[in-house]
Every structure is written in structure tokens, then in C-alpha cells.
Design a protein around this ligand. Structure first.
Ligand code: NG1
Length: 393
């Protein structure tokens, strides 16, 4: 478990036990791709892969951060850290954002251990931010709820780290529950748990997402153009995701831009269909997943040959019910749904042919929908002094 490893890393680095250990999961988005920044709906689930953060008091005026994964050790001012582009920016940014929510920044020691791979699109950064927020909140008396802590973590990402992303990742990492997906309406920042019994296979193509930043920015721009074109006819439409197909068709816009807009509008409808099926059957709607992938490939044009290869293979595997790329695309991961046996068989049988064709060894994980962030160990309280309290030991 990453919680024990974070505590062990803390002891090794600082020679004593941490005061608190908290953990938060990575996530995959089940459906609802490129809808979040268009004010639409997304349906992520938390993974069984978690990041743990162990925290205790510093003995000098600086905060010190170590990680099981990285030889790089951070030292930064708790009240005025500067961005370093190192992994501890997520920790420093969260500490700073917590200050605006009433948790006074003070010098800390922090040790991190994680099972969430970074750079694979599984939201390792949100897991680190949210685990940090939960640990520091618990240590200072636990006054903030999970939603507030998600918003704090999101501020760290957007304002300190500087990634202008939506609320999805931090919300699901904070608010998820075992056996549930989380429906997030991004325009209202509203989250609803939806029961889900399915297991998901995550297949990491390990292709670098090199085009991601520039192409992603271009898509966002195209979506803004589409929204403005629709608003010329329908000023009341505030978000592209909330427009109808008819409104997209009626508006005057470039045909490429129209394709992007149609993806966004139809993808939002697919999220609703998927949620209905989940509520009725507990299963993921495979046809919606395949349709989502086709739309991302053909209309949003953010797939890659590797991701298409995996989805085609999933479609040919008996017992696998749906598959699609997940995350922004242009490389990264795909997911597949179905019974655990066929999913494992798909993963095992895809490894060698994929490696031969693309000269890269893919990775895979199986995960059911897991719990959001939690405090694993709390030994003392920053405000009240030592309380010798233990949670989830
Ligand atoms: P990934 O590729 O999982 O980081 C990105 C965005 C999401 C969302 C998806 C596309 C960031 C940090 N995340 O996800 O908010 O827009 O693309 O649906 O930019």
C-alpha cells in the first residue's frame, strides 16, 4: 500500500514518524471527452491506484519534500514558494491554496509514495494535490469538506502549477466512492455518484503525447469559435456542450469547426445515455464507448494509430463490450469494459502484437471504481497538539 510506503519514506528521510498520512486516487474518464472545458458532463471513476502523502512538522523555516520515486528533494518557503517545475510544485501549490481556505501555511516535512504512473493521463497530479490537501486539512483540525478540498487542489493546479484545466480530476479524486462512477456537470460544478459494478481495463500505449499541448489548445480555440457562431443565432446558449445538434447545424461556421462542435454536443448526449444504462443495469454502455471513440477519431481528430489499434482489437474480443481512448488523446491510454476474464485476455493477447507493430511495450491495469481521498493515519493535531488519534490504521 502506498500509505505504508509514504510513512516509511518519511521515516527514512526525516528519522521519525509522520503526524498524518492521507491518500488519493488517480482516475480514468469513462466517457465525456473534451466536454469539460465546454461546460458539459464527464463520467470519471477513481482507480485503485493511489498516491499517499505523509506529513509532519519541519524543524526549520522551510518545507522539505521527498518522494519514493524521485531522487530530487525539494525545499521551499511555506508562505511564498516559487514555481520550480519540479514534482513538489503540486505540494507547494496546494499548501498555498489551503491558506486562502483558512489553513495557515507552516513549515512541513512531506514524503510521497505513489502507484499512479505520471505522464499516462491517469491524473497523478490531481492525486498528489488532493492527498496533500486531505493530509494538511486533517492535521489542522479537519475543518474543510471534500468538495472544498477538491477546489483547493484545483486552484493549486490552475493558479500555481499553471495548467488551465477543468474541475473533473480533483473532484473525482476527492469525492469518488467505491462501486460508483462520478457524474460531473462542469458548468454547474455539480457531482453525482452513479452506481457502477464494472471492471475497467486501462491500456497505456506509452506513446508520447507530444502533439498534445498545441493540438489541445487549437481544439479549445475551435470550440470557442463554434460557440460564438451559435451565439449569433442563439445568444442564450452559454456553453457549447449545452447547444443542440440543430443549433450547431444552423450556425455559419467552417466545416472543420462544425465537426468539432458536433463531437462535443453528441458526446454530452452519450454521457447521459451511459448514465441511464448504468442506473438501469450497473454496466457501461459499450455502444456509447465505441461511438465516442469513433467521434474522437473522425470528428475531433485526437486519436492515434496505436489507440485505434487497441479499440479495434477490443471490438474483436468476445466478452469485451466497449472501448475508447481516454483523456485528451494524441497518445496516452485507452480503456475497455466487459467481464474481467475477457479484459485480461484482451490485455495479455495485445501485448506482443502491439510491441512488435509499434516497438513499444504497453502497460495495463485492471481497476474497479474505487474510493476517493481519505486520511489513513492521524497521530497528532496541528492545532490541538498531540491527540494520539488513529484513523484507518
Ligand atoms: P488528460 O489527458 O487525462 O490529462 C485532459 C484534460 C481534461 C479533459 C481531457 C479531455 C488536463 C490536465 N486534463 O485530460 O480536463 O479536458 O483532456 O476530455 O488538461
Amino acid at each position: 500500500m502506498s500509505a505504508e510506503r509514504a510513512a516509511a519514506t518519511y521515516r527514512r528521510a526525516f528519522g521519525e514518524d509522520p503526524a498524518v498520512v492521507a491518500s488519493a486516487p488517480g482516475r480514468v474518464n469513462l466517457i465525456g471527452e473534451h466536454t469539460d472545458y465546454n461546460g458539459g458532463d464527464v463520467l470519471p471513476m477513481a482507480l485503485s491506484l493511489r498516491t499517499s502523502v505523509a506529513v509532519g512538522p519541519s524543524t526549520d523555516a522551510l518545507s522539505h519534500a521527498v518522494s519514493e520515486q524521485s531522487p530530487r528533494v525539494g525545499a521551499f518557503s511555506p508562505t511564498g514558494p516559487s514555481r520550480s517545475s519540479a514534482w513538489w510544485d503540486y505540494v507547494a501549490g496546494t499548501m498555498l491554496a489551503l491558506g486562502t481556505a483558512g489553513v495557515a501555511p507552516r513549515p512541513l516535512r512531506i514524503a510521497v509514495a505513489s502507484d499512479v504512473p505520471s505522464g499516462a493521463g491517469l491524473s497523478s497530479s490531481a492525486a498528489l494535490e488532493v492527498a496533500t490537501a486531505f493530509a494538511l486539512n486533517a492535521w489542522s483540525g479537519g475543518g474543510l469538506d471534500a468538495r472544498t478540498l477538491a477546489r483547493v487542489a484545483h486552484r493549486a493546479e490552475t493558479e500555481f502549477v499553471g495548467v488551465p484545466c477543468g474541475i473533473m480530476d480533483q473532484y473525482v479524486s476527492s469525492l469518488a466512492r467505491e462501486g460508483h462512477a462520478l457524474l460531473v456537470a462542469c458548468d454547474r460544478e455539480e457531482a453525482t455518484l452513479v452506481p457502477m459494478a464494472a471492471t475497467v481495463l486501462i491500456f497505456d500505449t506509452r506513446t508520447p503525447r507530444s502533439l498534445r499541448t498545441s493540438a489541445f489548445a487549437q481544439r479549445r480555440h475551435e470550440c470557442e469559435i463554434a460557440l460564438r457562431a451559435i451565439q449569433r443565432n442563439e445568444p442564450a446558449v452559454r456553453w457549447l456542450s449545452r447547444a443542440s445538434e440543430e443549433q450547431v447545424r444552423r450556425a455559419t461556421m467552417d466545416e472543420i469547426v462544425r465537426k468539432r462542435a458536433l463531437h462535443v454536443v453528441r458526446e454530452t448526449a452519450r454521457v447521459a445515455a451511459c448514465v441511464r444504462t448504468l442506473r438501469e443495469t450497473g454496466r457501461l454502455a459499450g455502444d456509447s464507448m465505441y461511438a465516442s471513440h469513433a467521434s474522437l477519431r473522425d470528428d475531433y481528430q485526437c486519436s492515434t494509430p496505436e489507440l485505434d489499434w487497441f479499440v479495434d482489437r477490443a471490438q474483436e474480443t468476445r466478452g469485451v463490450t466497449g472501448a475508447r481512448l481516454t483523456g485528451a488523446g494524441w497518445g496516452g491510454c485507452a480503456i475497455a469494459a466487459g467481464a474481467p476474464g475477457p479484459l485480461r485476455q484482451l490485455a495479455d493477447s495485445a501485448m506482443e502484437p502491439f510491441a512488435t507493430q509499434y516497438r513499444r511495450r504497453p502497460r495495463f491495469w485492471m481497476s474497479a471504481a474505487s474510493d476517493g481521498a481519505r486520511v489513513d493515519v492521524l497521530r497528532e493535531n496541528l492545532v490541538g497538539g498531540a491527540t494520539a488519534m488513529t484513523l484507518n490504521p
